[in-house]
Design a protein around this ligand. Structure first.
Ligand SMILES: [Zn+2]
Length: 122
């Protein structure tokens, strides 16, 4: 499934989660329907912080319509860290990072190679 966009409500939820979990980081999984991201899956047992990639991978339920991840950078820019890049390479095709001030301009999607990826907001 090629992911080309994200529902506006889903994007707003990801931004709102960044706000409400501040000053902590959050990480969730994303699901999509017909190429549009429209589902957010909280991950039980997720540990906040940039070193949680291995725990995160173990918690992915099998058989879900998983297309990628989203997480926040409470203080930093929306640029993937080295830990993020290894998570991206191992998991889905689209990865969203949200950051301050958690409005519609404060996020960026990346592909599994860490290259910026355009998503239509629908
Ligand atoms: Zn990160």
């Amino acid at each position: 499934m090629f992911v080309r966009g994200i529902e506006k409500e889903t994007l707003h939820l990801l931004l709102e989660m960044g706000k409400s979990s501040y000053t902590n980081e959050y990480m969730v999984m994303l699901g999509a329907d017909e190429g549009i991201i429209n589902i957010v899956y909280p991950i039980a047992g997720t540990v906040t912080g940039e070193d949680s990639a291995s725990i995160f991978m173990d918690m992915i339920p099998l058989g879900m319509g998983f297309v990628g991840t989203a997480h926040s950078h409470p203080e930093g820019p929306t640029i993937p860290s080295d830990a993020d890049l290894s998570t991206f390479a191992e998991t889905g095709q689209v990865h969203i990072i949200t950051g301050q001030p958690f409005n519609e301009t404060a996020w960026q999607a990346y592909d599994r190679h860490g290259q910026p990826k355009h998503l239509d907001i629908l």
